[in-house]
Design a protein around this ligand. Structure first.
Ligand SMILES: Cc1cc2nc3c(=O)[nH]c(=O)nc-3n(C[C@H](O)[C@H](O)[C@H](O)COP(=O)(O)OP(=O)(O)OC[C@H]3O[C@@H](n4cnc5c(N)ncnc54)[C@H](O)[C@@H]3O)c2cc1C
Length: 324
């Protein structure tokens, strides 16, 4: 048996069920983790979209509900409603899976410890996280789309894999049955002014993870396992603890999973923080005075992230095999 110092262990993985993979953001690994816990009589906490397209964490207890949690919502999710339920579930001794950004997982772990609860039946799954955009800007974006297309938003897809493939980052907003796709919100996100201030000094952008399992998009998969990528989604899975190992062993038959070396799957969000844009405060002043189209024209045209790309890639290369 390995002890916790043997981790992380990395895998590239795709769900064998193509319908599940199509409905998921990456390779559909989250759905199998959730299914395992639910099949054992447990409950799962994760992020769903409300009717008004806000991101909220909810509790589910049946496999039919997994779909509500599938897919990335690239805005900060609200945990307000879960704490009492979570404590009760953990106290009752049933298996509990919590999934969220690393800072949310850290908050759950701190809460469990503060309440003097045992975490024996708690499995935490963290996402490798670029940073969370502001829900206010997202709401403004949807309002702007409704005005422009003179209708009501019916549904949204933050990254539309179905129309543009896994590698793309187009969002699609359905207004009165018509899909409108763009890269507007994505460009604002990647320019970083709309990202939470605390994300620029995030202590979790590292291969030392807070979750028992971490899930992500496997960027760079073509160089690691040529031919594995079909542009329908490949997950990167990091197993970070003995508990994580246990659940992954149970779900592995439902995945096409290949072990890879950790050095080969590093990406910016696993290595380092992005710098806070110098004009971030100015953006928020302008946000009070201008509409979203003006903001997009002035702030999203040259995303800082793209300009930083080669610098970060060099940094990853120079780290070689070292753990971050
Ligand atoms: C804000 C954000 C930033 C991300 N940044 C990166 C990145 O830089 N690099 C990378 O490789 N991957 C990133 N991801 C993760 C990636 O987009 C996928 O969520 C992940 O690979 C899981 O995909 P899946 O196919 O296994 O499952 P899916 O079914 O697509 O995953 C759903 C899971 O995501 C959780 N989730 C969705 N939205 C949120 C949210 N707003 N807050 C908290 N949890 C949420 C759900 O609770 C569920 O656990 C990010 C995700 C989010 C939400």
């Amino acid at each position: 048996m390995l002890d916790d110092s043997a981790y992380p262990i990395a895998f590239a993985a795709k769900n064998n069920d193509e319908t599940v993979r199509a409905a998921s953001m990456s390779g559909g690994v989250f759905s199998e983790l959730a299914r395992d816990i639910l099949n054992r009589g447990g409950v799962v906490y994760g992020c769903a979209l409300t009717e008004t397209f806000r991101a909220m964490h909810i509790r589910i207890n049946s496999i039919d509900e997994i779909d509500r949690l599938r897919g990335s919502k690239y805005i900060q999710s609200d945990l307000t409603n879960i704490w009492t339920l979570l404590a009760k579930d953990i106290e009752s001794g049933i298996p509990v899976l919590f999934s969220g950004t690393p800072c949310q997982v850290a908050a759950v772990r701190a809460y469990v410890s503060f309440k003097l609860l045992s975490d024996d039946n708690l499995i935490c799954v963290d996402l490798v996280c670029h940073g969370v955009p502001s829900p206010i800007v997202w709401a403004d974006y949807l309002k702007c789309m409704e005005q422009r297309f003179d209708g009501s938003v019916e549904s949204v897809v933050f990254r539309d894999k179905y129309r543009f493939g896994w590698a793309s980052c187009h969002e699609t907003v359905f207004i009165d049955g018509v899909p409108h796709s763009a890269e507007t919100f994505k460009d604002l996100y990647f320019a970083h002014q709309v990202v939470r201030l605390s994300c620029f000094c995030c202590p979790y952008k590292s291969t030392k993870r807070v979750g028992d399992v971490s899930i992500a998009d496997f960027w760079g998969i073509d160089d690691v396992i040529p031919g594995f990528n079909d542009n329908r989604g490949v997950s990167l899975v990091l197993i970070n603890s003995i508990k994580g190992d246990g659940i992954f062993a149970r779900i592995r038959p439902r995945l096409d999973a290949r072990k890879v070396s950790i050095e080969k799957c590093l990406q910016p969000s696993l290595v380092t923080n992005f710098p806070e844009p110098k004009n971030r405060a100015k953006f928020w002043r302008d946000f009070q005075m201008h509409d979203l189209e003006w903001l997009v024209r002035h702030y999203a045209n040259k995303p800082l992230w793209r300009r930083m790309g080669s610098k970060i890639k060099r940094r990853i290369k120079n780290r070689g095999g070292s753990k971050c």
